[in-house]
Design a protein around this ligand. Structure first.
Ligand code: ZN
Length: 280
């Protein structure tokens, strides 16, 4: 039974640590400076906490975040941590590595996949599917996929990738997709650039976690709507396409009529089959 409500998730904790370290308060350019909900970062009038899906996933996500990234109000690694219970987050530094990050990458229950474009990597490292080698002679269900995402601008991500030798041992998962980004908040000017939560959604799909993948996509659409409506001083449309999609995907568990402790009655092995039955 997942219990990921009420407790600050990894990105939230990283943001708090980063705020503590910063000499002067971070004010996002163009962001709102009024009171925000501590759980979803939105204005209280546009809070989307009641819509947070409660899922169980076998796959995990390890976010390695550029320094300022946890402070950005539009950072979507936050949304990944909202949806995927086993989301870990670490701040990236050029000169040192968090020992907890190394411990996670070395944990035998996980098979890390560094998600990065294949054209920048030696071909023998590149994979296009999720690798799940068995965990020992007993040949159990295999290791759990851990998707290592560099949560940064593209320029920063390239630098982080080059200067993180502890990632060299792992396969590089190169995503190929024709989907276009629906993310309107921080356009990169290139159609093949995805925001972090979209990348996580594609990874979940590749791992067979279709419910989590669809929930992430819908949750991003809902966040984008709430964020832009708040910015434009417009009310939330609780019947927007994103809200409807999220309700379809999560079977009402993400609906505003079930605030607080809504739970999906599914275990880790059943998540994807329920999504398939319900939607395909
Ligand atoms: Zn909230």
């Amino acid at each position: 039974m997942p219990e990921n409500r009420g407790m600050p998730h990894a990105v939230s904790r990283l943001r708090a640590e980063r705020l503590e370290r910063s000499a002067k308060p971070f004010l996002a350019r163009g962001g709102f400076k009024r009171e925000r909900c501590a759980q979803c970062r939105l204005l209280p009038s546009h809070c989307m906490c009641a819509l947070r899906p409660l899922l169980t996933t076998r796959a995990g996500v390890c976010l390695i975040m550029a320094d300022i990234e946890p402070l950005k109000p539009t950072n979507t690694g936050w949304l990944v941590a909202d949806v995927v219970p086993d989301t870990f987050a670490f701040g990236w530094k050029r000169t040192e590595v968090d020992p907890a990050l190394l411990a996670l990458l070395g944990d035998p229950q996980w098979q890390p996949h560094v998600v990065f474009p294949g054209q920048y990597v030696a071909p023998e490292r590149v994979v296009h599917t999720v690798q799940s080698p068995p965990q020992g002679a007993g040949a159990g269900p295999g290791k759990r996929p851990l998707f290592v995402l560099l949560d940064a601008t593209w320029t920063e991500a390239r630098k982080m990738f080059r200067r993180s030798p502890y990632l060299d041992a792992f396969p590089v998962l190169s995503l190929e997709t024709e989907q276009m980004s629906q993310y309107r908040l921080r356009r990169s000017g290139r159609d093949d650039h995805f925001c972090t939560s979209e990348v996580a959604a594609l990874c979940m799909d590749l791992a067979g976690e279709h419910l989590a993948g669809q929930a992430l996509q819908a949750y991003l659409a809902v966040f984008t709507h709430h964020y832009l409506q708040a910015k434009n001083q417009q009310p939330v449309d609780w019947q927007s396409a994103g809200h409807q999609r999220l309700r379809e995907v999560c079977g009402g568990a993400g609906g505003a009529s079930h605030p607080g402790n809504a739970t999906l009655p599914i275990g880790p092995m059943h998540a994807s089959s329920i999504a398939m039955d319900g939607l395909d």
